[in-house]
Design a protein around this ligand. Sequence first.
Ligand code: DLL
Length: 403
Amino acid sequence: MDVPIFQPELETLPRPELEALQRERLQERFGVAHEALPELPFRVKSDLRDAYPFGLLRVPLAECIRIHASSGTRGKATIVAYTRNDVAMWADCCARAISAAGGGPGTVVHVAYGYGLFTGGLGIHYGAERLGCTVVPASGGNTPRQAQLLEDLAAEILCCTPSYALAIADHVSEPARLGLRAGIFGAEPWTDELREAIEHALDLAALDHYGLSEIVGPGVSFECLEGRRGAHVNEDHFLVEVVDPQSGVPLPDGEVGELVFTTLTKEALPLLRYRTGDLASLTREPCPCGRTFARMSRVVGRTDDMLIIRGVNVFPSEIERALLAIPELAPHYQLVVERPGHLDQLTVQAELRDGEQGGERLEAFIEERLGRALGLTARVDVLRAGGVPRSEGKALRVLDRRS
Ligand code: DLL
């Protein structure tokens, strides 16, 4: 496979040079020596909330050309701002990702991430323009029309949340009639099992894409077509650490912990050691694509989305993996947690594939499977095809009705 690299002089920089560049930028931006980093305090989301809206800006607001906000699904939204240089750097980061998905000048890129305060739409859009692609700014919503546009305009790359990719696929009868080659999917957790389901439903290579508004938006890390085992962190702009979520002590490569980022080039809203709440591991092993940037694993969970059900720790991703291994089920589900009396009750709402038969035997079988995978009793409701609500952006997987 020969996929061009957008900025090879940076993306394939030998690691000693890359690390020297990081040290230099850390010193220049924050006056901090790299060795001193593990001793420094963390920044957290509440620092941004407390400084709402512009308390952490390091430049006058008049020098900012763009405002975005985090989706605010976990409390009040946080405001982020970008200088002109920040927007240009961000576009480069997203252009790298699109290039790694096989995009280039003239590639039709369909962006179905939401446009607006959410960073997904405009972030990827600027990256695609930077690369010289032909961008279809579809945004979210009107799903049947999305499917029609994909076919009519022959987009080769689809960008949206993985759950929305599946919702679009509901309206595609013959995936092979679309010209899709790759998908850039992120903004929410997903598993390799869901990757397979999407690849099958849309006949494309599905790539993971990670980012968060506080750091920049999309473009923090991206998978390449050749590797497809972890997302390259744009390490010339974002220094990444993985720390023990309890003690805050940095962990070695390969161990799962909380991702912490330091922005090395951002002007408007630089952040030193920002704790993301996202759990993943890192590897610096070489990748067949030639990029030297460290790769992060999939986000396996969040420090705050672990469900504690009757004392048992459960990550929604474990349930996703168990459900998607059952051939009768479609890749849509929702988890409902209630406390009808004194005890928590988890109900897993799964969905039948078109043409499959449900019934009590299937439900009992799934309950048994989940029991073995999670060490926990869950009630299972198998809904007819189309029964689980579809999302247009980030899927709402968990309805916690306990409080
Ligand atoms: O979701 C930015 C983005 C847009 C990323 C488009 C990728 C594609 P926020 O709304 O601030 O920003 O949400 C950030 O979403 O801390 C993770 O918990 C989660 N997240 C983002 N990408 C992934 C991913 C955007 N690939 C929060 N896998 C992050 C798992 C992800 N979780």
